[in-house]
Design a protein around this ligand. Structure first.
Ligand code: SAH
Length: 210
């Protein structure tokens, strides 16, 4: 149920769903997704579904992790990347294997701590973690070549737009609960290009920490 073969079946399904970036697929075939969920849910970890991770939050479904990562990397490799909403750390682990330097911000302290410990156990030791409201970004490390958010704001926080490097790409769900769309924002020489990609369903982007 939790073997390499199960992961390969997940990857085959992702291909059928239209994911074509081989690097992304390879990394998802490697990373044990079941260790990011509660033991009781382990056998469901490779289903194409979101699962609870406590604190009213969910691990994103494999398709959406793959899709967002592919969209982020579509125009070439990225050096410095910011992730908002570490959650259980699965998307963090995937990104860490594909970008130069990854920073991740989570507003719920126990989730952040658990993800940090888990990544360390998986020998992923280069990620910068911060317990903070991601609406502020991470100004000390800005600008970023890529930003990926795993929670949906109603409007994109201005700080995140400002912390995007010229040519940088942000993949973010936007909209109220029940009506969210995935956006890819690219910072251009004279502003921002906004592509609206598909309907999605994410937990809300909340302000403050807990
Ligand atoms: N990719 C993660 C998704 C977790 S759900 C995973 O697969 O586990 C989204 C996460 O975003 C939650 O953990 C939630 O606490 C966090 N979040 C929501 N609003 C936030 C904010 N303003 N700053 C930082 N994290 C936030």
């Amino acid at each position: 149920m939790t073997s390499r073969r199960t992961r390969e079946r997940m990857v085959a399904r992702l291909r059928q769903q239209g994911i074509s970036n081989n690097q992304v697929l390879q990394v998802m075939a490697q990373i044990p997704r079941h260790v990011f969920v509660d033991e009781a849910l382990e056998s469901r970890a490779y289903e194409d579904t979101a699962l609870p991770i406590g604190h009213n939050q969910t691990i994103s479904q494999p398709y959406i992790v793959a899709k967002m990562t592919e969209l982020l990397l579509e125009r070439g490799p990225l050096d410095k990347v910011l992730e908002i909403g570490t959650g259980c750390g699965y998307q963090t682990a995937v990104l860490a294997k594909l970008v130069g330097q990854l920073y991740t911000v989570e507003r719920i302290a126990p989730l952040m701590k658990k993800a940090r410990d888990l990544l360390w156990e998986l020998d992923i030791k280069t990620v910068g973690f911060k317990h903070s409201d991601g609406g502020w970004g991470w100004p000390e490390h800005a600008p970023f070549d890529g930003i990926l958010a795993a929670a949906a704001p109603v409007e994109i926080p201005e700080a995140l737009l400002q912390q995007l490097a010229p040519g940088g790409v942000m993949v973010i769900p936007v909209g109220p609960e029940g009506w969210q769309e995935l956006h890819r924002i690219t910072r251009t020489a004279n502003g921002f290009e906004d592509e609206v990609l598909e309907r999605v369903s994410f937990v809300p982007f909340l302000s403050g920490i807990s």
